[in-house]
Design a protein around this ligand. Structure first.
Ligand code: NAD
Length: 334
């Protein structure tokens, strides 16, 4: 198939070309993200391949359909950036990579927690400057703490297992509890998880229901000094509310790999630019905030699996053997 690949970075090209060797898909790579103003780039393609920050709105879907595009393949699991209803209306099938390496995201979540807790990023800089003082680097032991998890799907479950290994008490909320986890965690209502957690980690998808799950009211329920970690989707957190929480000391630590308005920032080198997003600039001033730019998934294993599944999705569609488990359907958004 002839595929327009959007939001391409050199590593995407590397892994997709590798996965495509022996197959005959023609990939044309664009650095640009897919949105209304870049729609014309998709002319004369059978399929488009996108990532987390491409914005596939109704107008984009309509334009793709008019240009003859029949398939949208996502190089990710989340599909909150795609108007699935419109895709269905215009007859564009949507395939994703539902699971590539849950452990990659779970382990990065632990990296954020441990960095915030034991302040290894500060220690690294101090020692490099010949400052061997350990003052103000005090941490806490996770074996004495309660870790709360919202969403115990593939990533949440993997994270729960790691935290169980740390000896933490793990409590969780999920609309669909996973019985196989009952020996390592305790399910509780969401409010109870908010109230009890010393460390709260978000692993549910972004849906209308979970939008701004962390807000002024839910923060009220939490322990003073709580650590909040988000490696799921930025819009799960009301950034303004969390900034106020940090100012008041209610939030003791914040670790985020995703951010509400990351589309304009993440995956770009803006080191020579004036960054106009005041909220992220404010977050960056707090000594107890750690931000990574959507890299939780970024391991060799995950990139290989993403590329392989993407190529399988294209080949399956072309041969009329759609990998059903990878299709995003209307039922999944209703
Ligand atoms: P999954 O579908 O396996 O699990 C999601 C879980 O959330 C399910 O158990 C579901 O029942 C639960 N859930 C849904 N709505 C909920 C709600 N309102 N409250 C509580 N729980 C709810 O998904 P996954 O593979 O574990 O991925 C989780 C999320 O991680 C994805 O949606 C994606 O947004 C994010 N993600 C981030 C990265 C990254 O690099 N930062 C990479 C991959 C995925």
């Amino acid at each position: 198939m002839r595929v327009a690949v959007f939001s391409t970075k050199p590593y995407d090209k590397h892994y997709l070309d590798l996965a495509n060797s022996g197959q005959d898909h023609e990939f044309v790579y664009f650095e640009s993200s897919l949105r209304l103003k870049s729609l014309r780039l998709a002319e004369n393609f059978d399929a488009v391949c996108v990532f987390v920050n491409d914005l596939i709105s109704e107008e984009v879907i309509k334009g793709l359909a008019e240009q003859g595009v029949k398939l949208l393949v996502l190089r990710c699991a989340g599909f909150n950036n795609v108007d699935i209803e419109s895709a269905d209306n215009y007859g564009i099938r949507v395939l994703r990579v539902p699971s590539y390496s849950p452990t990659a995201v779970a382990e990065h979540t632990v990296a954020l927690i441990m960095t915030l807790n034991r302040k290894t990023h500060k220690a690294y800089n101090r020692v490099r400057e010949g400052n061997f003082s350990i003052e103000r680097l005090t941490g806490f032991e996770l074996s004495n703490k309660t870790v709360g998890i919202i969403g115990t799907g593939r990533i949440g479950a993997s994270f729960a297992r790691i935290m169980n290994g740390f000896g933490s008490k793990v409590i969780a909320y999920d609309q669909f509890p996973n019985e196989s986890l009952q020996n390592i965690l305790e399910y509780a209502p969401m409010e109870e998880v908010f109230k009890q957690a010393d460390v709260l980690s978000l692993h549910c998808p972004l849906t209308p229901e979970t939008f701004h799950l962390i807000n002024k009211d839910s923060l009220q329920l939490m322990k003073k000094g709580v650590m909040i970690v988000n490696t799921s989707r930025g819009k799960l957190i009301d950034t303004e509310a969390v900034i106020n929480g940090l100012k008041e000391g209610k939030v003791g630590y914040l670790g985020i790999d995703v951010y509400e308005q990351e589309e304009r920032l993440f995956f770009k080198d803006l080191s020579e630019s004036i960054i106009l997003d005041d909220k992220i600039m404010r977050l960056m001033t707090f000594p107890n905030v750690l931000i990574t730019a959507h890299q939780a998934y970024f391991t060799d294993n995950a990139l290989t699996q993403i590329a392989n599944t993407t190529v399988q999705n294209l080949t399956g569609f072309e041969k009329g053997i759609l990998p059903e488990q990878n299709e995003v359907t209307l039922e999944m958004v209703h």
